[in-house]
Write a protein that binds this ligand. Sequence first.
Ligand code: FE
Ligand code: FE
Ligand code: MG
Length: 162
Amino acid sequence: MGTKARELLGKNVDKIVKLLNKAFADEWLAYYQYWIGAKVVEGPMKNAAIAELMEHAADELRHAEMLSERIIQLGGTPPISPKEWLEQNNCGYDAPEDPYVLKILDQNIKGEQCAIDVYNALMRETKESDPVTYNIALEILTDELEHEEDLQALKSDFNHSK
Ligand code: FE
Ligand code: FE
Ligand code: MG
């Protein structure tokens, strides 16, 4: 725990840690949704989809890493059990029950759009009080915006190849 890091945030610290923990749960769920989606996906141009899904999975895991460092710095504890991911998150988990490539892309686009709202809200919350968390949220948001666009571009490629 960073004593001074906590002190700087004053009474806001517990609220920020809670928001970071929820975002952390989102990232692990997003990671797994991408990872398992890449395994089960079926349909046209599936290799292009697999490559993109696996790249995004790696990004989501990196986001979880960034959030966990900040949570610990602020004296919090990231979820120590996967069951907590489902209890405290913002965006939920969409199991790829239908492995058709366009279905999987749509589920992940929905997830990215939720993540974009989450990091926008976190930036608004920390803008004045917590520049370090703000910066982390900005960096992650930039990736999520790119993810959304990548998936939409892939979807449009599929639609044009039909
Ligand atoms: Fe992410
Ligand atoms: Fe993402
Ligand atoms: Mg990408």
